[in-house]
Design a protein. Structure first.
Length: 122
């Protein structure tokens, strides 16, 4: 019985450590590419024509400037952009807001897979 308690405590400890590290997530910007992966992050980046890849859960990301392509996957992410050409979104309840697009019709090309995702002009 004592060994079972130790095993259960160890399992809970390891699960807690994994959960805490998942919440920390990561974000980087290199060579024109913005990458964000994790849970519950709030970050702001600047871009001048690169790409952005956002994945995870409940991230709030602001990208100032122009991005040529945005890829969002996961659940409950919110992304604000100034100027964008293409958007690809997968998952559930992701929200993307943009100000303008250089495309002829003034709207970005949009590919959306999943449930409850939205892309709106702000």
């Amino acid at each position: 019985m004592n060994n079972m308690k130790k095993a259960a405590a160890l399992g809970i400890l390891l699960f807690g450590m994994h959960f805490a590290s998942a919440q920390a997530g990561s974000g980087s910007q290199r060579a024109g590419t913005i990458t964000v992966d994790g849970v519950g992050q709030t970050k702001t980046y600047s871009s001048d024509g690169g790409t952005a890849v956002i994945s995870g859960v409940r991230n709030i990301i602001t990208i100032n400037g122009y991005i040529s392509r945005l890829e969002v996957s996961g659940s409950g992410n919110t992304v604000y952009t100034d100027k964008i050409s293409r958007i690809s979104v997968e998952g559930t309840d992701n929200k993307i807001f943009y100000s303008t697009s250089p495309n002829k019709n003034g709207k970005p090309a949009i590919s959306s897979t999943g449930v409850g995702n939205s892309v709106r002009k702000k």
